[in-house]
Design a protein around this ligand. Structure first.
Ligand SMILES: [Zn+2]
Length: 376
């Protein structure tokens, strides 16, 4: 079977197993490892698509199935020719299955083997997501990469509950995949299964092994960043990633801090996403080469310097810290745009430096330097 999604590995670090590659999609190529900015409602908050392409060269963004399903609705999006057309985004889109939102938002829900019944956080209306219907919704979007419906557990959870949930996730993945193969004849939209298993290594292994039978074009590791200590998230990713096929992309969902990116890449992870750069930007927390900047601090009121002297984004090339602080204090809309532009640039540039290091064979040194910085 041929999928529109093709993954080409260009270099592998012999010491760590980190990979640099190219992920070919129907909407262009993506250099990996890649960080994917989150565009929950069909927009990366604060940025225009042109900023994402021209200024940041983002090759892929995320959309959230739960939110777009409730508003404006997948059928409406389909009538507009799909999500790319609707939001005027010419490059690749990955959508989640909605599972994470249903399980993290406090929406009233009932989980059965057939799917999950939940209430809209907008108006309380009841809705039902099945493994099949979430595939249908994402096919209506025309997402380049779609995710299967999975059950995302909170942390901590008892072993028996995690075991039962893992079996449900495997079963849902099988049902979703079968439905996908019946519906998507052209295979323009790839479907990734998600490895769950909470923080139990044996469940992670069992789940990965079962999902490999689907022979999907890529695999995700889910259920991390749900409140567990960071070292435990890394441990679970480190256990799971090597079980997934070497020749296929591996995606860790919902991570992480900038200093964590090289650690995940060192485990053989190719794709990541997180709301941190965009959400923190809007809240006035900026990631820079010299550490985190809380722009509201009085020390920046007369600071003529750029936000990050090492960054060449529009924000850093053009504006002073003092002006950015003024915009933040005055609650001006422009602040969100300038801050988000910089934070996303910081993440994308971190990944590009990681990628260059892998290609040049200097990734172990890069990793050591990053780890000593994050300890300091
Ligand atoms: Zn910048």
């Amino acid at each position: 079977m041929t999928s529109a999604l093709r993954f080409e590995i260009q270099a592998t670090c012999p010491t760590t197993g980190a990979r640099a590659g190219l992920l070919h999609t129907a909407h262009g190529g993506i250099e990996t490892p890649v960080f994917m900015p989150v565009g929950t409602q069909g927009t990366v908050k604060g940025l225009t698509p042109r900023m994402l392409t021209d200024e940041l060269d983002a090759r892929i963004i995320l959309g959230n199935t739960y939110h777009l399903f409730l508003r404006p609705g997948h059928e409406r999006i389909e009538r507009f020719g799909g999500l790319h057309e609707f939001i005027s985004w010419p490059r690749a889109i990955l959508t989640d299955s909605g599972g994470f939102q249903i399980f993290s938002l406090d929406s009233l829900r009932k989980v059965t083997d057939e799917g999950v019944l939940f209430r809209s956080h907008l108006n309380g209306d009841p809705h039902f997501f099945s493994p099949q219907s979430t595939v249908d919704v994402q096919l209506a979007f025309g997402s380049d990469i779609m995710m299967v419906l999975d059950e995302c557990l909170p942390y901590p959870v008892e072993y028996p509950a995690a075991l039962e949930s893992m079996h449900r996730t495997i079963n849902w993945a099988r049902l979703g995949y079968l439905h996908y193969l019946q519906r998507e004849k052209g295979l323009h939209c790839a479907l990734f299964p998600i490895v769950q298993g909470s923080m139990f290594p044996d469940l992670r292994r069992a789940c990965a092994e079962a999902l490999l039978e689907l022979d999907a074009p890529g695999y995700a590791i889910g259920g991390l960043s749900v409140g567990e200590p960071r070292d435990l998230s890394h441990e679970m990713a480190a256990i799971t990633a090597p079980l997934l096929p070497k020749e296929k992309p591996r995606y860790v969902m919902g991570v992480g801090m900038p200093d964590e990116l090289p650690r995940y890449v060192a485990q053989g992870v190719d794709m990541m996403d997180c709301v941190l750069p965009t959400r923190n930007a809007r809240n006035g927390y900026l990631f820079t080469s010299t550490g985190k900047v809380a722009i509201k601090q009085a020390q920046y009121a007369d600071d003529h310097g750029p936000l990050d002297p090492a960054c060449d984004c529009y924000t850093c090339r053009t504006f002073s810290r003092a002006y950015l602080r003024h915009l933040f204090m005055a609650e001006e809309i422009l602040f969100s745009t300038l801050a988000t532009l910089h934070n996303v640039r910081f993440y994308l540039e971190t990944m590009r430096r990681i990628r260059r290091a892998i290609l040049l064979g200097t990734f172990p040194e890069f990793l050591r330097a990053a780890e000593s910085q994050s300890v300091a």
